[in-house]
Design a binder for this molecule. Structure first.
Ligand code: TRP
Length: 448
């Protein structure tokens, strides 16, 4: 392999980086509110099923394609069949990275703002905070700057080392918060909502939301795992790595729900509040808890770190593409991509009350439910484009590259894969694309 591209220092280093990408706002901010909007436990169940039967086999496919070619998404596809139109699937992935980062960075900025709010003990109303144009833009710019500096300076030494320390700390803090929140009076109803499925709530829209959330949370569908897979060594086991990444990611999401739903019902809030949910419920929890402001400061700090390990991965995909394919200098292009993403993100930043136009932005049909610009971006890039990209990429791996060639790649370093090889080939050729296709069709309201 070419020396320039480098490798992860170890299998564990890779798992941490990939889990760092997967674990982020998607788990702690997005998962609970999507659960709340889609009726609770039945959604959680479908989500877990999708992680296992779609997310996991598909993640293995992205990693195999990346490791086999040592390339970014566009380069990887071109390496398999040079000059084909399939390469546009890679381009879609690169654009999706920019699209997701443009709104994700806005929310990461809010998280950062809440560190300060908690530290000074002046929390105020969430709606007031996010409708202040200067504050949200400043925080967004600041977060983009942090992301840029890390991607600029190299991912391994800085962020990998810190996430190895801070992610386990986040885990322990979440456990403590689960215990506290479930000890509140009236929290039991929250657990029921979260864990006792009501199957009548499952509709086509709920299935799409669960699938979109699975892709988003596991960082799938836009070639991030191709890019990160391109730095994985042939000695490493792709199957077990994917398993651990999926496991850690799902555990953190489930834990976030175990804090928020009991707390929310105990405090009489509504589970279907949407994107503001965690920013309202968590601060309320911290203000009534002994020593809560310190705990809250720490919590939002760790959440910002989790977001940062995700934003760097989002920026890394377009940067890796431009560096590999257009032969531009990494140090220059990082700034260009980040500045461009910031500009694309301005309407999202101003869509939570700061401007009327972007806050009531009804472009897509109401059935799909986005109401403001940020929700549109989240739906288009964070749900639709990821599912669509995964559909095309699974077809590419299963049929164009070929299931058995891909399986040979996976086999290298994965001693037990041979037993499940034919199942995996079936999944990637037929099952994954078919399920994703049916759910996407449903966007047009066919089964509802
Ligand atoms: N998975 C991250 C989260 O849950 C977000 C993210 C980072 C992502 N990189 C991605 C989503 C690539 C899709 C694709 O917060």
């Amino acid at each position: 392999m070419d020396v320039q591209r480098g490798q992860w220092s170890s299998k564990l280093g890779f798992i941490f980086a990939a889990a760092g990408s997967a674990i982020g706002l998607g788990n702690i901010w997005r998962f609970p509110y999507v659960v709340g909007e889609n009726g609770g436990a039945a959604f959680v169940l479908i989500y877990i099923v999708f992680v296992i039967i779609i997310g996991l086999p598909y993640m293995i496919a992205e990693l195999a394609l990346g490791r086999s070619t040592h390339k970014n998404p566009v380069g990887a596809i071109s390496a398999i069949i040079p000059g084909s139109i399939w390469r546009w699937v890679g381009v879609l992935g690169v654009l999706t990275g920019v699209g997701i980062l443009s709104f994700y960075g806005v929310i990461a900025g809010w998280t950062f703002g809440y560190i300060i709010k908690m530290a000074v003990g002046k929390i105020g109303a969430f709606s007031e905070f996010v409708s202040n144009p200067w504050i949200v833009l400043l925080l967004f710019a600041f977060f983009m700057l942090l992301t840029t500096l890390i991607v600029y300076g190299g991912v391994e030494r800085g962020i990998e080392r810190w996430s190895k320390i801070l992610m386990p700390v986040l885990f322990v803090l979440l456990i403590g918060l689960i215990i506290y929140s479930n000890s509140l009076e009236g929290s039991g109803r929250g657990l029921t909502f979260y864990l006792q499925p009501d199957f009548s709530k499952i509709t086509g829209k709920v299935m799409l939301a669960a699938l979109g959330q699975a892709f988003f949370s596991m960082s799938l569908g836009m070639g991030l795992m191709i890019t990160y897979g391109s730095y994985v060594s042939r000695k490493d086991n792709i199957v077990s790595s994917a398993f651990y990444i999926a496991l850690f990611d799902t555990m953190i999401a489930i834990m976030a729900g175990l804090i928020i739903f009991p707390a929310l019902f105990a405090m009489g809030e509504s589970p279907s509040a949407g994107p503001s949910l965690v920013f309202v419920v968590f601060p309320k929890l911290f203000t009534q808890m002994p020593g809560g402001l310190a705990v809250g400061t720490f919590f939002f700090l760790l959440l910002s770190v989790a977001a940062l390990t995700s934003t760097i991965s989002l920026l890394e995909v377009p940067v890796a593409y431009l560096v590999d394919e257009k032969k531009v200098s990494r140090k220059k292009i990082v700034w260009v991509v980040a500045a461009f993403t910031f500009i694309v993100g301005i309407p999202s930043a101003l869509s939570q009350g700061a401007t009327e136009f972007f806050s009531n932005f009804a472009l897509l049909p109401e059935r799909l439910s986005p109401v403001d610009f940020l929700s549109h971006m989240s739906f288009i890039f964070g749900d639709f484009s990821l599912a669509f990209g995964a559909l095309l990429l699974s077809l590419f791996v299963g049929w164009v590259w070929g299931g058995s060639k891909a399986a040979n790649e996976i086999d290298t370093g994965s001693p037990f894969f041979s037993r499940t090889r034919s199942i995996w080939i079936f999944m990637i050729r037929y099952f994954v694309p078919l399920v994703v296709f049916l759910i996407l069709l449903n966007l047009f309201g066919i089964f509802d």
